[in-house]
Design a protein around this ligand. Sequence first.
Ligand SMILES: Nc1ncnc2c1ncn2[C@@H]1O[C@H](COP(=O)(O)OP(=O)(O)OP(=O)(O)O)[C@@H](O)[C@H]1O
Ligand SMILES: [Mg+2]
Length: 258
Amino acid sequence: MQPRALSFAVLNHKGGSCKSTTAVNLAGAMAERGLRALVIDLDPQGAASYWLCGEGPHRTTPGTGVSARVIATAAPGVDLLPASPADEARADSGAGLEEDGWAFSAGDLSSLLEQGPWDVAIADCPPTLGARTRLALAVTRELLVPVEAHVLAVRGLAQLFTAMVRLDCGPRAGGHTVRVVACRVDRRKRLSGEVLEILRARLGPQLLQTVIRENVQLAEAPSFHAPITRYAPGSPGASDYRKLAEELLAAHGRGAPE
Ligand SMILES: Nc1ncnc2c1ncn2[C@@H]1O[C@H](COP(=O)(O)OP(=O)(O)OP(=O)(O)O)[C@@H](O)[C@H]1O
Ligand SMILES: [Mg+2]
């Protein structure tokens, strides 16, 4: 990776908390700014792989080296390290999901990132805090925690942070910067506003200014195998993920496109 490369683990133990949506579309928005992005799909269900490449190209035979498995996607500047079919088979069988390791070790992944051409790596984690999530933490510097803007999801945050401390990756442990992004915000609903206030009070500067609005085009985009910035470039979702990329880059003193 480039010396000033960025790396994020998109993590939340709660299922359906907008992790894959955030990983894919943040990568799309970063690429649109001229950065080369790698999405690392660590979820055996392969949602990010399907989103970017459909059912076909990522179903290569597992066992080849990690760099040989990286594929270009139809979105310029976005590459994918897909979930492996073997992973998915294990997920389907329900067997030992968390203890099965992954096709590659943290060492394999770290050298891939060090040697590869990417400006930003974004790991999409499964909804658990097990082996794969630990792997993501081992190879990235920052945690990006998407939270759905409803009360139950906010209650889960305290649990998440406690669990992360146990994994030795709490907000101040392990040198990771932790940032939370509120997703599926619907400003027409009072509840969304109240939840944002709660998040702001609880998280302070860890809560990113950017919020991702509820936007049906984000839910449609996976079927078209493109990040929102390409599937619906004028949509609220595209605009929000562009803002997210901008805010994260600005936090690193990198405002302008490279
Ligand atoms: N801003 C949004 N507006 C509308 N729908 C959204 C938005 N963000 C995510 N969704 C929808 O919410 C659902 C969950 O999103 P996503 O798959 O990204 O979550 P996840 O955390 O990756 O889930 P899992 O834990 O199963 O991996 C999906 O159906 C997705 O289309
Ligand atoms: Mg997911």
